[in-house]
Ligand binder design. Structure first.
Ligand code: NCD
Length: 317
């Protein structure tokens, strides 16, 4: 495993190995918190992670940085193009090339699609692993990884039929959000559509009736046009995935048209998990945060453990 650019690159075997490694990270972290054990350094002293974030981030950047520090490494960080030489006209590829001489692994969030990160001459040639932390509205592989890990951790609740498989089967996924522009929805569907027995019911919360670009011609993606129609499917859902409207990716002003309610939650199966990559806007009111079905804050914590596992893996440890 070297560069991690899309969720599609992570095979089911990779996911399984990373989930088990994340469990070990969690176990060790909890043992340290409980005062029971010494935290063992997981990467060599002086190992450096560089984070280059050209779009805002709270969870992704800070969890990568926290992950590297908890593994025993160091972090250097730059946020926003104003502070970097891209503002002088340097290409992103040259920026990454320069930083690859200074760090052992690079995490990049960019407004540009990943293929533009790599100039033709050095495609795949950066000397250290590069991890995509979100490239415009395209991919967000580590969010899909932590979403899948969160679902896997609840496997006993939501899929007792296939306890050892990383991708559950015969599940109904309800997805509400910015169907056209959300990179988390795109990567999420990529991972869970690997099993053809799963079904997806999508509702575009921008009110524009956008349709998901079904790149892999997965059969069972159904778009519903109204909230009532979406709610009518809720009783069959095993996972409900919500994501905010990506206002910054629209030229015109758009707002979210879906707000999860207590009455929606009552319609869901008792085993249904409600996920949201965050940051939330109107789609989950604060009052519902601690409803047992809602795993939004658990996802943030899981992001730390899977990113520890991933960093360790790409560093060859
Ligand atoms: C997501 C992103 O940046 O795409 N956030 C995150 O990484 N947790 C989702 C979003 O911003 O809506």
């Amino acid at each position: 495993m070297s560069h991690i650019l899309t969720s599609a690159q992570l095979t089911n075997d990779d996911l399984s190995a990373l989930f088990h490694s994340a469990e070990a990270m969690r176990g060790a972290a909890l043992a340290v918190k409980g005062g029971a054990a010494e935290w063992k350094r997981q990467v060599p002293t002086g190992t450096v992670l560089a984070t280059l974030f050209f779009e805002p981030s709270t969870r992704t950047r800070l969890s990568f940085e926290s992950a590297m520090k908890r593994l025993g490494g160091e972090v250097i960080s730059a946020t926003g193009s104003d502070s970097l030489s891209v503002s002088k006209g340097e290409t992103l590829a040259d920026t990454i090339e320069a930083v690859s001489r200074l760090a052992d692994v690079i995490v990049v969030r960019s407004t540009q699609p990943i293929h533009e990160w790599f100039s033709c001459s050095c495609w795949g040639g950066f000397r250290v692993p590069v991890i995509n932390a979100g490239d415009g509205g395209n991919n967000h592989p580590t969010q899909a990884l932590l979403d899948a890990y969160t679902i896997w951790r609840h496997r006993g609740e939501c899929r007792p039929d296939a306890i050892d498989h990383v991708i559950p089967c015969n599940k109904v996924f309800g997805i509400v959000g910015d169907i056209e522009k959300s990179r988390t929805i795109r990567s999420f569907i990529e991972v869970f559509s690997r099993n053809q027995s799963n079904r997806f019911i999508l509702f575009d919360s921008t009110g524009r009736g956008a349709k998901f670009h079904n790149w892999n011609r997965f059969d069972d993606i159904q778009h519903v046009d109204t909230e009532d129609h979406f709610v009518a499917h809720m009783q069959n859902m095993d996972i409900l995935y919500l994501n905010r409207v990506q206002k910054e990716r629209h030229v015109e002003s758009v707002k979210g048209h879906f707000v999860l309610s207590h009455s929606h939650l009552q319609k869901l199966k008792p085993t249904c998990l409600v996920l949201n990559p965050g940051p939330r806007q109107e789609e989950i009111p604060v009052l519902l945060d601690y409803n047992p079905a809602v795993k939004m804050w658990e996802q943030v914590e899981n992001g730390l453990y899977v990113r520890m596992a991933l960093l360790k893996k790409v560093l060859g440890r």
